[in-house]
Design a protein around this ligand. Structure first.
Ligand code: FES
Length: 267
């Protein structure tokens, strides 16, 4: 009797791409659209070089923090300037751009989303993919995905700076303490960014990985358990934080350009 489980037989020769009858294409199509729109917006903003800071309210968009070129709007360089004038083809937030792109681009969740929705590799379970051979992430360029933990360190440093910016947003440059809708939006954005970053698989491994006995490391075990809550919701926080960064930037751009005024709750 011939066996259909013979591994040497290879893949079945099918002409149909899939036999699935459900709307398996919907989620990847929505993801591809959302990623293209949000990434396109971020790239345009990074090269725009305007409306990223509201001097009188101390609102700095996370996309330009830290701003460390002498071209930065006066008052927006909370950590001083390291670089002189940069040509137009280099984004003013010269550090933010590669770290954010590297961190999100090598994130385990975004890899899944991009492989499925953009690279079609595969688009969904039981749907044939265009690639004839599978090499995983063992060769150039995808082997670069293994650099994720290093981007995690850089992104955590950026997030500490964003947290500092959030505190400054309660202290307008005219002096005193104040709360505006903008400062609340900035705080919510920073909280979502922390929820996303703390749920990172590299962060979880850093705290709880390479241990033989959890019982001998109770503190690390407890931290690992707490982080696992965020890790289980990593996909949700990945989207929530990406959208919140965009909306925070839209709000600060609108106030900075004078299209809207900041709603002041405490002056
Ligand atoms: Fe997603 Fe690290 S796995 S940020």
């Amino acid at each position: 009797m011939s066996s259909t489980l013979d591994p040497s037989a290879g893949r079945a020769e099918l002409t149909a791409r899939t036999f699935r009858k459900d709307r398996w294409w919907l989620t990847p199509a929505v993801q591809a659209t959302a990623l293209t729109v949000l990434l396109g917006y971020v790239v345009v903003r990074l090269f725009m070089r305007s409306w990223y800071f509201v001097p009188e309210l101390n609102y700095l968009t996370p996309l330009y923090s830290p701003c460390i070129s002498t071209l930065c709007t006066p008052g927006s360089s909370h950590f001083g300037t390291i670089f002189g004038e940069l040509p137009f083809w280099i984004p003013l937030p010269i550090i933010v751009f590669p770290i954010l792109l590297g961190f999100r681009g090598t994130c385990y969740y975004y890899r899944k989303a991009v492989y499925r929705s953009i690279l079609q590799s595969p688009t969904a379970c039981a749907v044939a993919e265009p690639a004839k051979r599978y090499r995983g992430e063992s060769r150039f360029p995808l082997i670069g995905m293994n650099s994720h933990r290093y981007f995690f360190y850089g992104a955590t440093l950026l997030l500490l700076i964003n947290t500092y910016d959030a505190v400054l947003s309660f202290f307008p440059q005219r002096g005193g303490f104040g709360i505006g809708l903008g400062s609340l939006i900035i705080v919510v954005n920073v909280l979502l960014l922390w929820a996303y970053t703390l749920g990172c698989h590299s962060c979880r491994h850093l705290l709880g990985g390479r241990l033989r006995h959890f019982s001998k490391h109770p503190v690390r075990y407890r931290l690992w358990t707490r982080l696992s809550w965020f890790n289980a919701r990593h996909q949700s926080f990945a989207w929530a934080s990406l959208i919140s960064v965009t909306l925070t930037d839209v709000y600060i751009m609108s106030v900075s350009a004078g299209w809207i005024g900041d709603l002041r709750l405490v002056n």
